[in-house]
Write a protein that binds this ligand. Structure first.
Ligand code: GSH
Length: 202
């Protein structure tokens, strides 16, 4: 099996970190997003949306969507669990994962795409929308800071997929100049703790 990946993009990094946490080796095939290699007929046959990451199994079956790829590997190899074990853990982790994804990760991505015009060959950037998305991302950092004042990890007392998604969003947010605020000490301390994990280099 192999994963179509782009080393500099934030979404496939989520999967690389997840697999590193699980200790699963993978073959990664680099795709050049800027030149539109992901939009080729061959790549669209693997994912009609033309986005990466894509997991391609040995028989040719493809699974796209970073969360779906991670869930596939969680089912294949449950330990260490990153989506939770008990119903309460699973529900809480799924809740935070979705909130981090929609209120932070996607906002950062929309701000990047709509203010820089990086993909202007394939979409219409709307600057005001991008600026608003950046503001939304900053606001959610405040939510995370409050949460982490009383919680070791985003979804509770164990490291999870929600922490991975948040680290990838925060690291990529540098390109749009959205950063952890100086007063957000709980979020900063959590961020530093996560960066000590060897998987974060993946
Ligand atoms: N919801 C998808 C998002 C995938 C996505 O947007 N990937 C970006 C890279 S971070 C991409 O392939 N962009 C290429 C393009 O838009 O042309 C996931 O979680 O996998």
């Amino acid at each position: 099996m192999k994963i179509y990946d782009t080393k500099t993009a934030p979404t496939p990094r989520r999967v690389r970190i997840f697999l590193a946490e699980k200790g699963i080796d993978m073959e990664y095939v680099q795709v050049d997003l800027q030149s539109g290699q992901n939009l080729s007929k061959e790549m669209r046959a693997k994912n009609p949306l033309g986005k990466i990451p894509i997991l391609e199994l040995d028989g040719g079956t493809c699974i796209s969507e970073s969360d779906a790829i991670c869930q596939y590997f969680e089912a294949l190899q449950p330990e260490p669990t990153l989506f939770g074990e008990t119903p309460l853990e699973k529900g809480t982790i799924a809740m935070w994962q979705r909130q981090v994804e929609f209120a932070l990760f996607m906002q950062v991505g929309m701000c990047f795409q709509h203010t820089t015009g990086y993909f202007k060959d394939r979409m219409k950037p709307i600057k005001e929308y991008g600026i608003e998305a950046g503001i939304n991302a900053s606001k959610f950092l405040r939510v995370l800071d409050r949460r982490l004042q009383n919680s070791e990890f985003i979804a509770g007392d164990q490291f999870s997929i929600a922490d991975i998604t948040a680290v990838c969003a925060i690291d990529f947010a540098r390109v749009i100049d959205v950063r952890i605020g100086e007063d957000q000490t709980a979020l900063q301390a959590w961020y530093e703790r996560q960066n000590l994990r060897p998987s974060m280099k993946a």
